[in-house]
Design a binder for this molecule. Structure first.
Ligand code: PMP
Length: 363
């Protein structure tokens, strides 16, 4: 006779049961400004050329496990230094997971500034690492170097994540502060440059100086979020260890061919990111002019803003009823009370957002 079905508590670890699943809200029919996507599509002739390429893809075969053609293209497109090795992931999320799987174990920890990208904490938990979030400075979300140094001394983390620019605050940490944290870290430091296309900053040039530094990139914010492709650059000796944990075919053949193709059209993405930056400036100015709203400067493709106390939920719902989806961050961290985050969209999408916000706050 079959045994009784096992209880959830007997199988799923307590710290996993305590987690809330990463929530992706339904966006159908809405102006989607919640996930830092590039709102622009490709010119029709580029789509046609891509489809012709896809016709020849052998989907009956496993993908190239080394993805050498794609790596060469990424090296050039992202300015990875010659001496650095490259690890590819199914999005940079998977790279965070590979790092945590390789470093995880009893008494191993991750340290990251907070508020920050939630997957650092979630993946640390999945992989059995401790996690310590170090608060940013309340006023401007700058790195608190003293507090970071203390956390590094106490937690001795195997991994430190520094997002530059930071999500969800949008600011770029001061270079001297980044270097101070890198220099004080006892383990690996990952500078997460997901928003590099909008930031005019990269730590790629620091790889030669710091052997324990790794730089992470993604093609998601550039305009290829659907392909799921991330990259980690650093000392080939570290990359070789991490390669052991990477599943052999994690970057599928359609992604390899499509990303390699897309990155050959760098000018298309350069024009799109330039348009997004111009809209970011306009949207920042317009938000700053809305009575009762505070908006922070951003080096990314989104803006963090604060609404009058106690009204974030009402603003989020009011925007949604008017057809605009943003991210409500109220309650996610003490420093983000009454805060929401809006991704920079196309001009008409940003106008729809601004009109809806004025309607909600004016009501
Ligand atoms: N890092 C940061 C700072 C992010 O904000 C995100 C996406 N929100 C990611 C990494 C993950 O990007 P992806 O998995 O799409 O490469």
């Amino acid at each position: 006779m079959a045994e009784a079905a096992p209880r959830v508590t007997a199988v799923i670890r307590e710290e996993i049961r305590a987690l809330a699943a990463y929530h992706v809200p339904p966006a159908q029919g809405l102006v989607k400004l919640d996930a830092m996507e590039n709102p622009y599509t490709w010119p029709p002739e580029m789509v046609a050329e891509w489809l012709r390429l896809l016709e020849r893809v052998a989907v009956n075969r496993y993908p190239d496990p080394g993805a050498e053609a794609l790596k060469a293209r990424l090296r050039e497109a992202m300015g990875v230094p010659e001496g650095a090795g490259i690890l590819l992931g199914n999005g940079s999320d998977e790279i965070i997971q590979i790092l945590a799987l390789a470093a995880g174990g009893p008494r191993r920890a991750v340290v990251a500034p907070e508020p920050g990208f939630v997957m650092y904490r979630m993946i640390a938990t999945f992989c059995g690492l401790g996690y310590r979030g170090v608060p940013l400075r309340a006023e401007d979300f700058a790195l608190d170097v003293g507090a970071m140094r203390a956390a590094l001394r106490e937690a001795r983390p195997a991994l430190v994540f520094l997002a530059a620019p930071n999500n969800p605050t949008g600011n770029l940490f001061d270079e001297a502060a980044l270097r101070a944290v890198i220099e004080a870290a006892p383990g690996l430091v990952v500078v997460d440059e997901a928003y590099a296309p909008f930031a005019d900053f990269t730590a790629m040039g620091w790889l030669a100086e710091y052997p324990h530094l790794l730089v992470m990139r993604t093609v998601s914010k550039l305009g290829l979020a659907g392909l799921r492709l991330g990259l980690l650059a650093g000392d080939p000796a570290w990359i070789a260890e991490l390669e052991k944990v990477r599943l052999p075919y994690n970057v599928n053949v359609l992604t390899q061919v499509s990303a390699e193709f897309a990155l050959r059209h760098g000018e298309v993405f350069a024009a799109q990111t330039a348009a997004i930056r111009a809209e970011r400036a306009r949207l920042h100015g317009a938000l700053a002019a809305v009575a009762g709203v505070r908006v922070w400067p951003s080096r990314a493709n989104f803006l963090l803003f604060r609404v009058p106390a106690g009204r974030a939920g009402e603003v989020f719902e009011g925007l949604r009823t008017r057809g605009v989806l943003v991210k409500n961050l109220d309650g996610s961290h003490p420093l983000l009370a009454d805060c929401l985050r809006v991704t920079v969209g196309r001009p008409e999408e940003n106008d729809a957002f601004l009109a809806a916000l004025e309607a909600v706050l004016g009501a």
